[in-house]
Design a protein around this ligand. Structure first.
Ligand code: DQA
Length: 145
């Protein structure tokens, strides 16, 4: 099966961006690890980081035609702003898990609302990059059921 991992704006800066909040690993470190984990279990992993909302939306549209089974998404700042990205996920009908590196509930009030959480299969936040590993594990189990 095929898993698509989507990373929203500014996550290309991981490693140097507020490391006390987001950790010292780069996005490439995380994506490589996820690739490895998926491949080991016989699955295919695709990934995209974009700072542009429309690119993430179009990637989700394409995912539907490509037969992507599950999406793992960290919408980053779009979490708190994007009805359009929410609608793209709803239109795709592809189940997804929402991941945040930081504990958004321990931060500014504007980060407490997500346009995704109520339509997500599950939400993981505050566990750093381990959140992606856990999301992948959960996604693969759900595909097998
Ligand atoms: C984030 C949390 C968001 O509030 C923030 O805008 C991000 C990253 C996280 O992974 O903790 O860019 O999604």
């Amino acid at each position: 099966s095929t898993i698509l991992v989507l990373h929203g704006p500014n996550l290309n800066m991981l490693g140097t961006r507020e490391p006390e909040l987001y950790g010292r690993e780069t996005l490439a470190d995380i994506d490589d690890r996820l690739h490895h984990q998926a491949a080991q279990q016989g699955h295919h992993l695709l990934h995209l980081q974009s700072n542009a909302e429309y690119e993430l939306i179009e990637r989700i549209h394409d995912a539907r035609n490509e037969g992507v089974d599950f999406i793992i998404i960290n919408p980053a700042a779009f979490t708190h702003t994007s009805v359009a990205l929410r609608d793209a996920l709803l239109a795709s009908g592809i189940p997804f898990i929402e991941v945040h590196l930081s504990n958004v509930y321990a931060r500014e009030a504007f980060r407490h609302h997500s346009y995704f959480s109520d339509i997500a299969e599950g939400v993981i936040c505050g566990l750093g990059s381990q959140g992606y590993d856990l999301a992948l594990q959960a996604a693969l189990q759900r595909i097998h059921r």
